[in-house]
Design a protein around this ligand. Structure first.
Ligand code: NDP
Length: 321
C-alpha cells in the first residue's frame, strides 16, 4: 500500500515517526510532502498527527485516516477531512497508564496539600494542614473511556472515594466483558452531573472535546462544587471557560487548579495562569505519545486494512469522539 504521513511537526519529529512507522510497515511505501511526487490515487491510507487543514483533500483512494494522537478534536474540526473515510484514533495502554500516574500525582498532591506546602516553603512559613484519609476524599472523574477508566481505577486502588460521569448510561457489553463492572458509581446525564459535582472535592476531567463538552467547566460547574474544591484538567483546554475558572479561584470557590491543557498552546507568557498562586501549570505533558508503541499500534490497523480485516478504535464522527 502507499501511505501518506501528514502532521504539524518539525523535520526531526517527522523523521523519527517515519523511521518508526516504516520499521513496522515493511513492504508498504510511506510518503510525506517534499518527497518525489506520487500518484494521489494510489494512496490507501493517511497517518496523521494534527495534519495541516486541507491536507487530507485530494486523495481519491483513501480508505483510512489513522491518527497518531488520542484526541481527534482538531482533526474532526477540519471540515475538509473527507466525510466518507473512516478515522481511527490512537489507543495505547502505555498512554492510559501514564495518564493514570499524572492524575494520581495531582490528586495526591491536592489531598496531601503539597502545592500549599510548596507555597509555604517559598514564604518560609510553617503551618500544618489537617491530614485526611484517602477514603474521606471524594474524587469525580469526567469521562470513562480509555483514559478516564484507567484514572478512576488507579484512584480507586489508592483508596479514594471515586465516582465518575460518562455520556451513555449503559456500559457496552464488550467493555463489561473486558474490564468487568466498575466498582465505583458511574453517572450520566446533566442532572446526575450536578448531584455528583455537589459531592466532589476534586474533579478530574478526561472528556473528549466535542460540541457538547466544550466549555462544560464553567461558572455553573464551579459553583455546584463544594467551596474550595480542586479542578484537574488533563483533557483539552477548551473544556474550561478560563475567565470563569480565574474568577472562581479568586473568590475561593475553587481552591486550586492543576491544568495540563489550554485553549492556546503553548500558554501565552502573559496569561494569568502562569503566576496565579492557586494554579499549577503543566505543558501538555500528562500522557505523551510513546513513539515506539504508537507506531506499532498504528501499523496494526494498517495491516488490518491491507488484509481486509476489521479496523480498531474507529471514531464516531457523529458523536465527535
Ligand atoms: P474515549 O473516547 O475513550 O472516552 C471518552 C469518554 O468521555 C467516554 O466515557 C464518553 O462517554 C465520555 N463522554 C464523551 N462525551 C461526553 C458527554 N457529552 N458527556 C459525558 N461524557 C462524555 O477517550 P480517551 O479516554 O481515550 O481520551 C479522553 C481525552 O483525553 C482525549 O479526547 C484527549 O482530549 C485527552 N487526552 C489528553 C492527553 C494529555 O496529555 N493531556 C493525552 C491523550 C488524550 P461514553 O463512555 O458514554 O461513550
Amino acid at each position: 500500500m502507499n501511505l501518506v504521513l501528514l502532521g504539524s511537526w518539525d523535520d526531526d519529529e517527522r523523521d523519527a515517526w517515519a523511521a518508526a512507522l516504516q520499521a513496522e510497515l515493511p513492504g508498504h511505501r510511506l510518503w510525506w510532502p517534499g518527497q518525489a511526487p506520487l500518484d494521489p490515487a494510489t494512496v490507501a491510507a493517511a497517518i496523521v498527527a494534527n495534519p495541516p487543514p486541507g491536507s487530507l483533500q485530494g486523495w481519491p483512494g483513501l480508505r483510512l485516516i489513522q491518527s497518531l494522537w488520542a484526541g481527534v478534536d482538531r482533526l474532526l474540526g477540519d471540515a475538509t477531512v473527507p466525510a466518507d473515510v473512516p478515522v481511527a484514533r490512537m489507543v495505547d495502554p502505555a498512554m492510559n497508564r501514564a495518564m493514570a500516574e499524572t492524575a494520581l500525582w495531582a490528586v495526591l498532591s491536592l489531598h496531601r496539600h503539597t502545592f500549599r506546602y510548596a507555597r509555604q516553603q517559598h514564604l518560609h512559613r510553617w503551618h500544618v494542614w489537617p491530614q485526611r484519609r484517602a477514603d474521606e476524599v471524594a474524587v469525580l472523574v469526567l469521562g470513562q473511556g480509555q483514559m478516564g477508566h484507567a484514572v478512576a481505577q488507579r484512584l480507586h486502588e489508592q483508596g479514594y472515594r471515586v465516582s465518575a460521569w460518562r455520556r451513555t448510561p449503559s456500559v457496552p457489553a464488550a467493555t463489561r466483558a473486558a474490564v468487568g463492572p466498575a466498582p465505583w458509581p458511574v453517572h450520566s446525564g446533566p442532572v446526575a452531573l450536578r448531584v455528583a459535582l455537589a459531592r466532589a472535592e476534586l474533579l478530574v476531567n478526561l472528556l473528549p472535546l466535542t460540541p457538547e463538552t466544550r466549555g462544560l467547566l464553567d461558572a455553573r460547574c464551579f459553583c455546584a462544587m463544594p467551596r474550595g474544591a480542586a479542578v484537574v484538567n488533563l483533557a483539552r483546554g477548551a473544556h474550561v471557560v478560563d475567565a470563569d475558572l480565574l474568577a472562581a479561584l479568586d473568590s475561593g470557590a475553587i481552591g486550586h487548579a492543576v491544568l495540563d491543557v489550554f485553549s492556546t498552546e503553548p500558554l501565552p507568557p502573559e496569561h494569568r495562569y502562569w503566576s496565579h498562586p492557586q494554579v499549577t501549570v503543566l505543558p501538555h505533558a500528562a500522557a505523551q505519545t510513546d513513539l515506539r508503541s504508537a507506531a506499532r499500534l498504528a501499523a496494526r490497523n494498517l495491516h488490518a486494512l491491507a488484509a481486509g480485516q476489521p479496523l480498531q478504535h474507529l471514531v464516531d464522527r457523529q458523536r465527535g469522539y
